[in-house]
Design a protein around this ligand. Structure first.
Ligand SMILES: Cc1cc2nc3c(=O)[nH]c(=O)nc-3n(C[C@H](O)[C@H](O)[C@H](O)COP(=O)(O)OP(=O)(O)OC[C@H]3O[C@@H](n4cnc5c(N)ncnc54)[C@H](O)[C@@H]3O)c2cc1C
Length: 413
């Protein structure tokens, strides 16, 4: 049965959901409180990483996080606060950071990631208007210790069928011919890809308009009207919208919206920074992560995008910490000594919020409480990577058909 569907949130998860819903013949409306030009889904690093199948909540992450908290230039920070939400999130994240959680999650993340990559390939084949490229990803490391950890992770990836090479200095330079790389070694994930997030969002919006999807920006959801277990309509700053089904894809704002429905989700924003540098000099040509500083490097046509830091904070906090920005720039200089890069002014730095769940896993589920609500959020550092698969799964849930993969791991627990 074809339905009227409202998607709340027009980031990459909302738009991808709208895309696959409209393709299935549903009548779709997207609402978003912003102008839909500059959120997390635009300024991110654009990496499609089927290689990244280990959830954020994993053994060792707490120990490393605590060490980083005491370094003002480190890539990780928690904005101190004594609110219940933060303490609850930290407690749950701590409890989830164990091997059993990793072992349970990896096969599910792998299936979701592989499905997404396949769908990206399909979309790029249709019309690659968003600089989709399959150049793999170099996880560059400088120290033996970090190298050992990366190689251990690579062994797990290999076990799950992901194509991996371990490279020494010469091997790296063989691939990266544009600039000198000062690293001890690298793990090369050969099946990873990348694209321009800004262009991909533009492409999605154009495709949606062609399929007669209604897109209302600057329209904020205010409340829900309910009839027992069914959502009848939503009120927004621009009026009331009725529908058969509702998809909640509001990124870092999702838990606040869900609380209006009495649905609890432990999710906090993980703020990150990025900036673009024009290709006027010998900038890198192969996408990379500079492991010691967790800096993402994404070559696009005329620019290279550098991204980093994860600050657990609130959605009001758009502050750019100069020391953390310096930390990113120092990392770039130390891995790419030939690049002559000035620290960008704060005005040139973009910030966005990754929606981080306390399990490190996304949520893609038919709500247990409401029979016409699909929840689709919490993709943290992999929202772009996982968006097409998430959108397809959302459309399958709305259509009540068998999902392409098992999604039992992606539930609110
Ligand atoms: C520095 C950085 C680098 C990153 N790099 C990568 C990468 O390389 N690869 C990758 O896969 N991921 C990456 N990510 C993560 C990725 O950007 C996010 O996971 C993704 O953008 C989340 O998409 P979303 O649609 O869930 O949320 P968002 O893009 O935040 O969209 C949510 C939307 O909901 C709207 N909204 C909120 N409240 C309301 C309301 N009340 N009413 C109506 N609308 C509302 C918001 O305005 C927003 O537009 C990165 C993130 C950062 C910060």
């Amino acid at each position: 049965m074809k339905k009227e569907v409202v998607v709340i949130g027009g980031g990459i998860i909302g738009l991808s959901s709208a895309y696959y819903l409209a393709k299935e013949g549903h009548k779709v409306t997207v609402i978003d409180k912003s102008d839909m030009l500059d959120g997390a889904s635009y300024g991110n690093a654009g990496m499609i990483v089927p290689s990244h199948i280990i959830p954020l909540a994993q053994p060792g992450v707490i120990h490393q996080g605590i060490k980083w908290l005491f370094n003002t230039k480190s890539p990780f920070f928690i904005k101190p606060s004594f609110n219940f939400e933060l303490l609850n999130w930290m407690f749950k994240f701590y409890r989830n950071s164990n091997q059993q959680h990793v072992d349970n999650s990896v096969p599910h993340l792998k299936n979701l990631s592989f499905l997404s990559k396949e769908l990206y390939q399909e979309l790029a084949m249709k019309a690659n208007q968003f600089l989709y490229e399959e150049k793999g990803l170099l996880m560059l490391f400088k120290s033996e210790k970090v190298g050992e950890e990366e190689i251990k992770t690579a062994e797990i990836a290999k076990h799950f069928g992901i194509e991996v090479d371990i490279l020494d200095k010469a091997g790296i330079q063989n691939l990266e011919k544009n600039t000198i790389v000062n690293a001890l070694g690298a793990v090369h994930y050969k099946s990873d890809a990348h694209l321009s997030p800004n262009l991909f969002m533009k492409f999605l919006k154009e495709e949606l308009l062609k399929m007669n999807v209604q897109i209302h920006n600057n329209t904020e959801i205010v409340n829900f009207k309910l009839n027992k277990k069914t959502i009848k309509e939503i009120s927004t700053t621009k009026g009331i919208i009725k529908a058969d089904s509702f998809v909640l894809a509001a990124g870092s704002w999702s838990s606040k919206i869900l609380s209006k429905l009495g649905v609890k989700l432990s999710l906090l924003p993980g703020k990150g920074y990025s900036f673009d540098v024009s290709r006027t000099q010998n900038l890198p040509s192969v996408p990379a992560i500079l492991c010691e500083g967790k800096v993402a490097v994404t070559p696009l046509n005329a620019t290279v995008r550098f991204g980093g830091t994860l600050e657990i904070t609130t959605t009001n906090d758009k502050k750019i910490h100069l020391k953390r920005l310096l930390g990113i720039v120092e990392n770039i200089h130390s891995f790419y000594p030939d690049i002559n890069l000035q620290t960008p002014t704060k005005e040139k730095v973009w910030t966005g919020f990754r929606p981080c769940t306390s399990s490190g896993l996304p949520i893609i589920e038919q709500s247990k409480k409401f029979n016409n609500l699909i929840i689709s959020t919490g993709h943290a550092m992999m929202g772009l990577s996982l968006a097409p698969a998430t959108g397809k799964l959302v459309s399958e849930l709305v259509s009540n058909t068998k999902t392409s993969i098992d999604i039992s791991a992606f539930k609110i627990k």
